[in-house]
Ligand binder design. Structure first.
Ligand SMILES: CC(C)(COP(=O)(O)OP(=O)(O)OC[C@H]1O[C@@H](n2cnc3c(N)ncnc32)[C@H](O)[C@@H]1OP(=O)(O)O)[C@@H](O)C(=O)NCCC(=O)NCCS
Length: 168
């Protein structure tokens, strides 16, 4: 076990419940992709093979955030598809390692329950907290995606991260 995994907090990912939705509003930082502030009208699908999301629950059974994903293709055949994950941790739960632990956990789910070879994440070049959390979760920084994401009225550079089945 790596030192980071040894000190990781216990985290559970479970399907979203209607009572979670008001707690998963986002919109508090410029990197937050989950705004505007209104809660989602219904729980997200939790089937890994579709776009979906799971609620992140901490060791005290508190709703700590949300981890979501969609699918991207690097070629026309299904074997070249990969999951792209995103995360939002409630502000009062940040800095405890939950972001890294939840991203590590969802990667385990993808490799255990789908045949995907690669799980990706993409974040703003200035989002150092997410870059650190991804690196602690075992992702490799692959490069800068210039002008890839429209945010805050401009095209912004991002950083692409990925973890392969063979990396674990
Ligand atoms: C990014 C986010 C998911 C991280 O979640 P978290 O539970 O706080 O993450 P962790 O505690 O696992 O790790 C955070 C790491 O970033 C570091 N960090 C936190 N804030 C930081 C900052 N402003 N600048 C630099 N590093 C920072 C922490 O020290 C920690 O690094 P360490 O492992 O070296 O100690 C959370 O901040 C969040 O939800 N932000 C808003 C939404 C968002 O940006 N999502 C990602 C979109 S791509």
């Amino acid at each position: 076990m790596t030192p980071a995994a040894e000190s990781a907090p216990a985290v559970t990912l479970r399907p979203q419940r209607p009572s979670d939705l008001p707690l998963l509003v986002g919109g508090d930082t410029k990197f937050d992709d989950f705004g505007p502030l209104a809660p989602s009208p219904h729980p997200a699908p939790s089937r890994l093979d579709d776009a979906g999301a799971l609620t992140v629950v901490d060791e005290r059974d508190q709703v700590a955030g949300e981890i979501s994903w969609h699918w991207r293709g690097w070629g026309p055949n299904a074997g070249s598809r990969c999951a792209m994950i995103g995360i939002w941790v409630r502000p009062e739960h940040r800095g405890r390692g939950l972001g890294a632990a939840a991203q590590r956990r969802v990667v385990e789910l993808f490799f255990a329950h789908t045949n995907v070879n690669r799980v990706e994440a993409h974040t703003d070049v200035e989002n150092v907290a997410e870059q650190r959390a991804l690196e602690r979760a075992g992702f490799t920084r692959e490069g800068v995606t210039r002008g890839a994401q429209w945010r805050d009225g401009a095209y912004r550079d991002g950083v692409l991260y990925a973890i392969l089945r063979s990396d674990r």
